[in-house]
Design a protein around this ligand. Structure first.
Ligand code: P6P
Length: 335
């Protein structure tokens, strides 16, 4: 009988990684996992009940907000507020961070930044979507409401980060700085079970994920890297593959497992690209680095960038180190 290790059991067992741990980070991770099970239920039945479609609202990004976005946002914020270990949440869906006012919440040691449902444009066409979360120890005093400084820490300060991919199966992948582990949801028991222990990403790969529809709007170095990938395939019996789902979590998850690079660069009209530093790029960069990969903005390590505002964007080159370094080499040539 193969012994199944649930996420709860794993978190508690690994709590010893933190000799001074009081169990609060463990409980916070379990709150996130609980919320993701609820979101998973809604995502899986989205086609059956009226949770699809547009709410008529737009979020701070000016993107149409779909009902599942709102539901996911409320679910994660509620679970984190009820859990008591978190004193506030920043979300893609909220212009300002949410500071929890309950006295018990003000004692929370952590803050969370989250993209509750990334890739939501794929919801209506049944393509994988994801949740991305980033956990920091607060820098503001315990017992007070959290402040913007809590949310504008460099990515290198993260206490934890993870993503949930709602795909052919639902997986939760996370790190607390001691490697990366993946858990697959077993709906028959409602538990995330350890399925991908100690995840590492190949140093090199042959998959490049970038929206080549923007090719003529990319910087020359990015164009040169895409051409380089295509050139390597000429006459080769194992050419590079272009794989782009339009869902960052799904693309990066695949590349983490099989090797590859995901690129969302700056482009004409979007000097900082599209993806947000605080709740998309930093958590994914922490995970990829912990798995042995690399994440930069084309020039600087993502985790070293000091955020200036909550929803700021950054270009991102993330994945297998050899591929990111090659892209960076071509960018440097065209500075
Ligand atoms: P484009 C989804 O909206 C997202 O934030 C990422 O998940 C995805 O990789 C990217 O944007 C897709 O953007 O401009 O290529 O459609």
């Amino acid at each position: 009988m193969i012994s199944v290790q649930t996420l709860d059991e794993f978190i508690i067992r690994r709590q010893t990684d933190f000799p001074y741990a009081t169990g609060e980070l463990s409980r916070l991770l379990r709150n996130i996992a609980l919320a993701s099970k609820i979101v998973n239920r809604e995502v899986n039945k989205a086609g059956l009940v009226d949770v699809l479609g547009i709410t008529g609202y737009t979020n701070v990004q000016g993107e149409e907000v779909k009902k599942l976005d709102l539901l996911a946002n409320k679910t994660f914020i509620a679970s984190l507020e009820l859990g008591g270990q978190c004193c506030g949440v920043a979300s893609e869906e909220n212009e300002e961070f949410v500071a929890f006012e309950a006295e018990s919440s003000k004692q929370g040691k952590y803050i969370v930044a989250i993209d509750p449902l990334d890739g939501s444009s794929n919801i209506d066409v049944n393509v994988s979507v994801g949740t991305i979360f980033s956990i920091y120890r607060r820098v503001s005093p315990l017992g007070e409401t959290c402040t913007s400084e809590d949310f504008l820490q460099k990515g290198i300060e993260q206490a934890g980060a993870g993503y949930v991919i709602y795909g052919s199966s639902t997986m939760l992948v996370y790190t607390t700085g001691h490697g990366v582990n993946g858990f697959t949801l077993d709906p028959s028991i409602g538990e995330f079970c350890l399925s991908h222990p100690d995840m590492t990403t190949p140093k090199d790969g042959k998959t490049y994920s970038v929206n080549t529809g923007n090719f003529y709007n990319f910087p020359k170095g990015v164009k040169d890297y895409i051409s380089y990938c295509k050139e390597l395939g000429k006459g080769s019996d194992s050419p590079y593959s272009a794989r782009y789902i339009g869902s960052m979590v799904a693309d990066i998850h695949r590349n983490l497992l099989t090797g590859g690079i995901y690129i969302y660069p700056s482009l004409d009209g979007y000097p900082d690209g599209k993806l947000r530093l605080v709740y998309e790029c930093n958590p994914m960069a922490f995970i990829i680095e912990q798995a042995g990969g690399t994440a930069t903005d084309g020039f600087r390590r993502i985790l070293d960038i000091a955020p200036q505002e909550l929803h700021q964007r950054t270009p991102i080159f993330i994945g297998s180190s050899e591929m990111v370094l090659k892209a960076q080499e071509l960018l440097d040539k065209n500075k």
